[in-house]
Write a protein that binds this ligand. Structure first.
Ligand SMILES: NC(=O)c1ccc[n+]([C@@H]2O[C@H](COP(=O)([O-])OP(=O)(O)OC[C@H]3O[C@@H](n4cnc5c(N)ncnc54)[C@H](O)[C@@H]3O)[C@@H](O)[C@H]2O)c1
Length: 270
């Protein structure tokens, strides 16, 4: 029989080491906080050093364990170095969360090839490099959980964000391909595909050129977004962090190659 203790134990990450990319803000920061609150030591990795430092300080201040790391996920070898350093200093890597991402706005017809290269480098190759770096050490160790961040854009194409959706669809396929390769070594690989969550990435729709928020424009974006969502609200970064916690923990030990969709019901799939 399952008990309170065994259920808590299934979600407990005490003694686990996690790397979270994109941890300098938004969904990555909250994911790092959630994993740390569940007991993990979290390496908060981001290209934005002050952002990761803030995240790690916040975790330490709340009684958790974390350290910041500056990394460009698009730079070849950077994530391998980070993973090697993490394993060298902390003995293992149990959880890898590939959250870092960028957005570009363009129709497919007008998509600039350089911009496409840029978004592919961060959103798809960056995730590939993270999967490879973590996968190598996890396969050797015989256990591990990799969580890749995709988007509801994979399920529901929208105009103007095709390049982003292409990358995220690639992430979902990368997850499945890797899952069938590494499953026999005890390594799980899953994707989280969030719906709309207000963060710096999505704030571009209502941020003025001077960086301040246009509250009227914000309401004009968020109100209809919530209205057309079956759960009648937009997402919170914690909605995504808790999905990552589930996939990182032993509670999901029979789950691999899956796409989990915290999106309020805006897109559904079988
Ligand atoms: N916010 C949403 O509605 C939403 C929806 C679906 C998916 N997502 C995905 O969630 C992830 C997090 O997005 P967010 O909304 O928190 O955005 P965000 O802009 O707040 O956070 C993204 C983080 O990634 C970091 N980053 C960017 N390029 C990097 C690089 N080359 N190397 C290392 N770090 C880099 C940024 O510095 C930033 O801290 C992204 O993959 C995004 O595509 C977001």
């Amino acid at each position: 029989m399952e008990t309170t203790e065994s259920v808590h134990g299934a979600f407990d990450l005490t003694g686990r080491v996690a790397v979270v990319t994109g941890a300098g803000g938004g969904i990555g920061r909250t994911t790092a906080e959630v994993l740390a609150a569940a007991g993990a030591f979290v390496v908060c990795a981001d290209i934005n050093l002050s952002g990761t430092e803030e995240t790690a300080e916040g975790i330490l201040g709340a009684g958790g364990a974390a350290e910041p790391a500056q990394v460009d996920v698009a730079a070849r070898g950077a994530l391998s170095e980070l993973v090697a350093r993490t394993v060298g200093m902390h003995g293992a890597l149990h959880i890898m969360c590939n959250v870092a991402g960028i957005m570009i706005d363009s129709s497919i017809i007008d998509l600039d090839p350089d911009e496409f290269d840029r978004i592919l480098s961060v959103n798809l190759k960056g995730v590939l490099y993270g999967c490879q770096a973590a996968g190598r050490v996890m396969v050797e160790h015989g256990a591990g959980s990799i969580i890749n961040m995709a988007s509801a854009a994979v399920l529901t194409p929208a105009p103007g964000v095709g390049a982003y959706a292409i990358c995220k669809a690639g992430v979902a396929q990368l997850t499945q391909s890797m899952a069938v390769e590494v499953g026999r070594h005890g390594v799980r690989v899953n994707t989280v595909a969030p719906g709309y969550v207000p963060t710096n990435m999505t704030a571009r729709y209502y941020t003025r050129p001077d960086g301040t928020i246009d509250e009227e424009a914000k309401a004009a974006v968020l109100t209809p977004m919530a209205k057309f969502t079956p759960l009648r609200r937009v997402g919170r970064t914690s909605d995504i962090g808790y999905c990552v916690l589930y996939l990182a923990s032993d509670a999901s030990s029979f789950v691999t190659g899956q796409l989990l969709s915290p999106n309020g019901g805006v897109a559904m799939h079988y």
